[in-house]
Ligand binder design. Structure first.
Ligand SMILES: [Ca+2]
Ligand SMILES: [Ca+2]
Length: 308
């Protein structure tokens, strides 16, 4: 932890018009840029003496008279900063959104800040604060949440003036969240030295999600044995996020004979064999591996059969 102890002594001799400044730094600091708190560091003792020179009535210079030292000790002032102060993200049901937050000690002495975060939704969404500590093979203090970084943080721990603490407000979108719902989560860092000094951030999460629909039709409502029929399956993503790992399955009715090699996906013929074209027809069922369907996208599958 960065710690800095400064001792400053001022010697001022106005009669001579000379100013002597002696600054003694007793510093134990990490490598890199030094920490300069807002204002003089708490605990710094500022000492000031005066001196006087004179001659006696006979004109002989007399020894310099030095005053006592007047001392002022700098008191601690608490202050903190949360950055960013706002953020927004989309999230899908059951997804956890991680908002990176940096808390900075803007006071002039070491301080410990209590951290809280809460959802304003009713019922409230689940919110946690995790350290950006590199746990589980992650990278510490990079502002990116890696999978193992799940160490709960209730305070920053003691941090020096101008030092920072990095963490995440982790907002869980409820599994039953409805598309378009918006949650506001507030983050607060409160000084342990002076509880009236706090800083806040506000994070807005909008629920998005994939919504898949599936319709099916056949080109004849009345067909005699031996008649050919064509089935059409239409899939669509009416949501506002991509659907992934989409698989469509169709069990061929027992009263029809499937026409071998008749499956088309968006007009492109597919083989019945289990191969790289993502369509397989086996054991009386058609399996189509669609993969990802973007928001607003749709597609059509057709296959032919003959009524037994
Ligand atoms: Ca990280
Ligand atoms: Ca195939």
């Amino acid at each position: 932890m960065l710690q800095e102890v400064n001792e400053m002594r001022w010697l001022f001799s106005p009669s001579r018009g000379a100013v002597l400044l002696a600054v003694v730094f007793l510093t134990a600091a990490l490598a890199g840029s030094p920490a300069y708190p807002q204002g003089t560091s708490a605990g710094t003792v500022i000492q000031n003496t005066s001196s006087l020179d004179y001659n006696n009535s006979g004109g002989q210079a007399q020894p310099t008279v030095t005053s006592n030292a007047a001392s002022v000790t700098v008191s601690q002032v608490a202050s903190t900063q949360v950055a960013p102060t706002s953020g927004a993200s989309n999230g899908q049901a059951s997804q956890i959104i991680y908002y990176a937050v940096t808390v900075t000690n803007k006071g002039n002495g070491a301080d410990t800040f209590a951290l809280t975060a809460a959802s304003a939704s009713s019922p409230a969404w689940s919110v946690a604060i995790y350290k950006d500590d590199g746990a589980g093979g992650g990278i510490a203090n990079d502002g990116i949440h890696q999978a193992g970084e799940n160490t709960v943080a209730s305070t920053t721990g003691s941090i020096a003036a101008e030092a920072t603490f990095k963490c995440f407000a982790a907002v869980t979108v409820p599994s039953a969240a409805v598309n378009g719902a918006v949650d506001q989560t507030g983050f607060t860092a409160t000084s342990g030295f002076d509880g009236t000094k706090k800083a806040t951030g506000a994070f807005s999460t909008t629920v998005t999600g994939a919504v898949m629909t599936l319709t099916k039709s056949v080109d004849k409502s009345l067909a005699a044995p031996g008649d050919a029929v064509r089935y059409t399956i239409t899939y669509s993503n009416t949501g506002d996020a991509s659907a992934t790992s989409v698989i469509i399955r169709d069990t061929i009715p027992a009263a029809v004979n499937y026409t071998a090699g008749s499956v088309k996906v968006n007009g492109v013929s597919k083989t019945d064999a289990a191969d790289a074209d993502n369509v397989t027809v086996a054991s009386g069922a058609i399996t189509i591996n669609i993969g990802t369907v973007a928001a607003g996208a749709s597609g059509t599958i057709t296959f032919d059969a003959t009524v037994k």
